[in-house]
Design a binder for this molecule. Structure first.
Ligand SMILES: C[S@@+](CC[C@H](N)C(=O)[O-])C[C@H]1O[C@@H](n2cnc3c(N)ncnc32)[C@H](O)[C@@H]1O
Length: 308
């Protein structure tokens, strides 16, 4: 297939039709390096008219079609050949496991193969949230659902050694294997890691914190999100505390972080639950005199800082 003047509406339906039966679809388009500006601009080359689209358009389309885009190959001037290959939808940690509930995210799980910190769309907004929460001024940090500790590694790498060593970082997770691995990575005395159910946080008698972080955890089925969140704000935060919550707005499919929340009872991504929980937290925190920002894309980061 060669698309010179086809509209995106035509291209989308042609590719969708092919992918219903084939694993791969190959097509030629105007070399994106030869144009600029908005997608849909018309460009005339050697008296022929082409519609310009940049690589972002094509990678977005590949993601929407649940495909991986291969390296484009130069074709007859001024075209390039694009190849979209369907992602392996069976290769995802979202599928049920036979592991006990606590080990769904343990070191032997499919989830443990994911390294979010290698995904710029995650790392960028997490670092921005740490900056906005004034990490530099914090001394006691609580992370709920710490897993193997990646979120603490970013904190450690972004602070100077003396500041880091003067902080106390506490991470909780009910996965024994994840906490064992985290303990192997953080041998320093200022980091304490507990294998514990966060529903029973009170039994650890941890005191108060000036930074609370919880990413991809509070919406877990084992946690009664809203009452749990309110009790955290009431009982675990110092007066000038900051909060960073990460809400997944993506699914992991075939190794890729695909935009859009996974929703029960829907084949497509659906974001009602996500918006409901995020707005609940935002309103609750604003009532308690926090300034709240929402950022991110595949993960929505809620960052709250106390208005003093
Ligand atoms: C989706 S993972 C997110 C892990 C990590 N924060 C990240 O974003 O990569 C959720 C984590 O919360 C933990 N978790 C879920 N429910 C829990 C509970 N009731 N008590 C303690 N940990 C829990 C899981 O074991 C898992 O490590």
């Amino acid at each position: 297939m060669t698309f010179m003047q086809h509209s995106m509406q035509d291209i989308l339906s042609l590719l969708q039709n092919t992918l219903q039966t084939d694993n791969t679809v190959i097509f030629n388009v105007l070399n994106p390096d030869l144009g600029e500006g908005y997608a849909g601009n018309q460009i005339i080359i050697d008296k022929l008219t082409y519609i310009y689209r940049g690589y972002k358009t094509w990678t977005d389309l590949a993601e929407l079609l649940m495909c991986r885009m291969h390296t484009p190959k130069e074709a007859e001037h001024p075209l390039v050949t694009l190849r979209f290959e369907k992602l392996d939808t069976q290769s995802s940690f979202h599928h049920e496991t036979e592991d006990p509930r606590e080990e769904k995210y343990g070191v032997n799980s499919h989830f443990s193969q994911i390294n979010k910190m290698e995904e710029p769309a995650f790392l960028y907004y997490y670092q921005q949230a740490l900056h906005n929460a004034k990490l530099n001024e914090k001394s006691r940090v609580l992370n709920l659902g710490i897993n193997t500790g990646d979120e603490f590694s970013v904190i450690k790498n972004s602070l100077d050694t003396q500041k880091y060593e003067n902080m106390e970082l506490i991470g909780i997770d009910h996965s024994k294997t994840a906490i064992t691995q985290a303990k192997a990575c953080f041998k320093e005395e200022n980091v304490k890691l507990y294998c514990h159910d966060i529903n029973k946080l009170d039994t650890l008698d941890l005191g108060k914190f000036d930074l609370l972080i919880s990413i991809g955890t509070l919406q877990s089925p084992s946690i009664n999100f809203k009452p749990f969140f309110m009790s955290l704000v009431q009982n675990y935060l110092e007066k000038d505390a900051a909060i960073i919550l990460g809400f997944p707005n993506s699914r992991w499919v075939g190794g890729e972080m695909i935009y859009g929340a996974k929703a029960p009872n829907y084949a497509m991504s659906e974001m009602s639950l996500l918006f409901n929980d995020v707005i609940f937290c935002k309103k609750y925190l604003q009532q308690h005199k926090y300034r709240v920002t929402l950022t991110g894309k595949q993960y929505i980061f809620l960052t709250a800082t106390k208005i003093v």
